[in-house]
Design a protein. Sequence first.
Length: 141
Amino acid sequence: VHLYSQTTKSTKGFEQMKEWITNRIIKQQGSLEDKDFVYNDTLCRQVSNREPQMRVFAKEHDVILFVAGKKSSNGKALHAVCESVNPQSYFISSEDEIDANWLQNAKSVGICGATSTPMWLMEQVADYITNKEQSADRIVA
């Protein structure tokens, strides 16, 4: 068995899969030889190390605007983390994609992004909301 991880997947999920495969091989064969199971951990620690922080951040705000490129695998993974604890998490690539309805009853809007999202882009989203809402005190980037 050869197991390869995608760089932006969960380290916890990878470890669980590795343990499950190891246990299955031992159960079937009685032991585990090096040649029986080869695994390659190519997980991006920048993403996996940010997961706990993203969970806390997403819980602290009514709405999350997650800013990243549509093809960003890292962005998709981190947005999924936010969305798992806050269903009001929206994946956007620019302020043009913001739906005013998302923000209607929000007391707090959190803005975050992928590891590759430039700070100026998240600031642009914050500026857009501030200008639209005239209530900067509820926006956290």
